[in-house]
Design a protein around this ligand. Structure first.
Ligand code: DGY
Length: 328
């Protein structure tokens, strides 16, 4: 277990098995990771641990499951694990509602200058008392929200947006007719979505097609009054292009919970900009959700080590379900 996680995960595992756990509150170094996986039957990892062929080799032939305490699994060599009949499991949609809440927190913070207002008060720069033009923001009610990636998180965001009577556009690999019917979302091409939205919120998974999906050209297509919100993965946005667009006033602002490199590097120009709200990748960070994520990640391990199949809902490489001895 590469980190201690909130909730019952560790005690669930310890009840039946020996657990080697990294108790330091930092990510294990590569060396520590390679050393500590040796001979293990299961790895419970975080999205910050790169679980590639070298790690799988270092674990050796006992390894039966890599259970990730995350919904993204781009840090795992799924192909290699599948070839070797090793389950890769994730926490699927467990964090969808919490992440949608934080997305909305960023939409509200950007539109209404929440972080800037807080800074103003604390830094004793609020000199005028109430003023008709102090920190004017944008209406959210009735504005247009463009959602890139209408999966579980995107849909949970859309549901919240309906409460604000927002117009909903979405761009997705496939059309989601249920969301169109239930939420009044309209399918749009990416260019149309960018050009028409007051808020563009990213909820796509990280893959080759989504890498730097939002770059200079795409930012140029957005309204000057629009905000970009990213609670998905930092690498979906070309950060240098975003910083340039913010500096040049091509868009009004951004709310970011994820970055190309985490933690955000000290030299990042974003740190000096007032039209961005920055958070330290806390989309799923509620007591309830993080605890449930651990429970689900531990449960998958227990099922596999008990010789059963893990719940398919949480399995990334379902091919293994068909071939593993426990499924026959
Ligand atoms: C995930 O699980 O992929 C999130 O980004 C971390 O909470």
């Amino acid at each position: 277990m590469t980190r201690m996680v909130p909730g019952p995960a560790l005690s669930m595992l310890k009840e039946k098995y020996d657990v080697v756990v990294n108790k330091r509150n930092v990510q294990p170094t590569r060396k520590e990771l390679l050393r500590n996986v040796a001979g293990k039957d299961a790895i419970l990892c975080m999205l910050s641990d790169r679980i590639d062929r070298e790690v799988i080799d270092a674990a050796g032939p006992n390894l039966k499951i890599i259970s990730s305490y995350s919904t993204g699994y781009e840090h795992i060599d799924v192909e290699e694990a599948t070839k070797r009949g090793i389950y890769v499991t994730y926490i699927a949609d467990i964090l969808a509602e919490a992440t949608a809440d934080l997305t909305f927190a960023l939409i509200l913070a950007c539109a209404r200058n929440v972080a800037a207002g807080d800074r103003m008060v604390r830094q004793r720069k609020w000199k005028v008392g109430w003023a008709p033009d102090l920190l004017l923001g944008q209406d959210i009610y009735g504005a247009t929200l463009g959602i890139i990636g209408l999966g579980r998180i995107g849909t949970a965001v859309a549901r919240r947006a309906s409460g604000f009577k927002m117009n909903l556009l979405y761009y997705n690999r496939n059309r989601n007719e249920k969301a169109e019917e239930e939420l009044g979302a309209r399918y749009a091409g990416l260019d149309e979505l960018l050009a028409s939205s007051d808020f563009v919120s990213i909820h796509t998974s990280m893959n080759e097609a989504s890498h730097h999906l939002i770059n200079k050209d795409r930012l140029q297509k957005m309204k000057k009054t629009a905000f970009l919100i990213n609670t998905a993965r930092g690498k979906v946005v070309k950060e240098d292009d975003l910083a340039a667009a913010l500096r040049r006033g091509l868009i009004a602002g951004a709310g970011l919970d994820v970055f190309e490199s985490e933690p955000l590097v000290a030299s990042s120009p974003l740190l000096k900009m007032n039209n961005v709200t920055l958070l330290p990748h806390i989309g799923s960070a509620t007591h309830q959700t993080r605890s449930k994520m651990g429970e689900v990640a531990a449960q998958s391990i227990l099922q596999v080590l008990d010789g059963k199949s893990p719940d398919p809902h949480f399995v990334v490489n379902r091919q293994v379900l068909r071939t593993a001895p426990s499924s026959v």
